[in-house]
Design a protein around this ligand. Structure first.
Ligand code: HAM
Length: 440
């Protein structure tokens, strides 16, 4: 028999219910923050991802040549599509643009816990706002997206970092733009690779001084306050322009942190310059969310990417955003017992005695479904007793009984399946009776 492909998931009704629960909560969170939903196609031209996402993602693409000879790829993330969509309408969009998207992504990852080849993401992005006001709003939404499931500051934290500060530091060491990007990509992977491998990759940039640089990275990662960051960075450069840049950048940090504090979100935030992000397009503040126990892969990641829209679509537009994956969040909610119990229950179950009762019963079944009730009945003609058993196991609160006596009297017998009370309701009053029962 056929098996599903590695890294892909089947969604039986129980799992679909969980997925719907996640999507519902994400949509509701985004709506509260004033974001509008968008989506793009699952399949895009390969070049869209090759252009700017970075080598790591390009190596993981599911790509092929279509029948028309086009090189195409299943989307590994939503951000390039968002840039394409927003860029195409840049002139007419009212700024700031606040958009969110929920969709399936595909990455040919190496098999490991929490890494799938198909997963869902909730993305939220703000376009057209260059200052940290955008990051405040985004990080607040990111946190709300987790707390709305019942998670708290004991369960997860957002680690905040800044590629700009890293660039000031690396430029102070004499590195040019290309070398800075190379070093940041080494730093991004260092937690997942053996130390020798990292040292080897740092060699072209630092030569003999590479071990010393590793020590500096560790010191940078230990900085936990703005004051410590300022002291460390200013101590490493005498260049006036860089020092000025560092001071200005730290002023942006103050705006961001005080905004989050004012929203009462300080307890969720950790300064952690060890976060640099793997995707190549990030430019300023970057952040990732993790479970506090440190057992799972990242729950979410994001940051600023001010040049991506211009590079992919032409118009200049500042941008920042994040993506939350469904898989890690699912694991975390499960471990904290915060997933709702899956219950499939009918509201009403029609018990129908023979052909003669079918017409009246079916008329009511349809009308009640149109009115919004979940109504079931046996697809096979069964004995009354069997139908009552099915009614009880369906989880319905009421059984609607269409027997020969009821048909003759133009009534429906309504049985409360919890307390077993019964009432004969005139056929014309049934809908009103049911509505009253369920609103009570
Ligand atoms: P990302 O860090 O690549 O960022 O992915 C965001 C989240 O998606 C991760 O933290 C993780 O929860 C989930 N995720 C990523 N890859 C996998 C995988 N193979 N299996 C399961 N879950 C995964 C982005 O995708 C950016 N486009 C986010 C963004 C939006 N930045 C700005 N706007």
């Amino acid at each position: 028999m056929f098996e599903r492909l590695p890294g892909f998931r089947d969604f039986y009704p129980e799992e679909c219910a969980v997925r719907n629960h996640l999507f519902r909560a994400w949509r509701s969170a985004a709506r509260r923050f004033g974001f509008s939903e968008y989506d793009g196609p699952l399949l895009e031209s390969l070049e869209l991802f090759r252009a700017k996402s970075g080598d790591e993602i390009v190596e993981q693409l599911f790509s092929f040549t279509d029948r028309g000879g086009r090189e195409v790829a299943l989307r590994p993330e939503l951000t390039p599509s968002l840039a394409r969509l927003a860029g195409a309408r840049a002139q007419s969009l009212k700024k700031p643009v606040k958009w969110f998207g929920i969709g399936e992504q595909f990455r040919y990852e190496r098999q490991q816990r929490g890494r799938l080849r198909s997963f869902y993401q909730f993305n939220a992005d703000i376009l057209g706002e260059p200052g940290p006001a955008a990051e405040i709003e985004l990080i607040a939404l990111l946190i709300h997206s987790f707390t709305s499931f019942g998670l708290g500051a004991a369960d997860f934290a957002v680690r905040l970092s800044d590629r700009d500060l890293w660039l000031f530091y690396l430029r102070g060491m004499g590195l040019d733009e290309e070398a800075c990007a190379g070093v940041l990509s080494v730093i991004d992977k260092m937690g997942r690779e053996p130390e020798e491998k990292t040292l080897e990759k740092l060699e072209p940039y630092f030569g003999e001084a590479r071990a010393d640089f590793m020590g500096k990275i560790a010191s940078l990662r230990d900085l936990k306050s703005l004051e410590d960051m300022r002291e460390f960075l200013l101590a490493h450069t005498t260049d006036g322009a860089l020092r000025e840049g560092i001071e200005q950048r730290l002023a942006q940090w103050r705006t961001l942190l005080s905004g989050l504090e004012a929203m009462g979100l300080g307890e969720f935030i950790r300064i952690d310059l060890g976060i640099v992000r793997g995707l190549a397009y990030y430019t300023g503040f970057v952040f990732e969310a993790f479970d506090r126990a440190g057992e799972l892969r990242a729950l979410a990641g994001g940051g600023r990417y001010d040049h991506l829209i211009e590079k992919l679509a032409g118009p200049e537009m500042a941008a920042a955003g994040f993506g939350i994956g469904d898989a890690t969040l699912w694991e975390l909610l499960e471990s904290k017992k915060l997933l709702p119990r899956y219950v499939e229950a009918a509201d009403l179950y029609a018990v129908i005695e023979g052909e003669a009762a079918r017409e009246a019963a079916f008329r009511d079944v349809r009308a009640l479904r149109e009115a919004g009730f979940r109504v079931e009945y046996s697809l096979k003609p069964l004995a009354f007793g069997k139908q009552f058993k099915l009614a009880a196991s369906s989880g319905a609160r009421l059984a609607l009984i269409y027997g020969s006596e009821e048909i003759a009297n133009a009534t429906v017998k309504v049985r409360n399946l919890q307390d077993r009370s019964e009432e004969a309701v005139p056929a014309g009053r049934l809908a009103a009776f049911i509505r009253e029962f369920f609103s009570g």
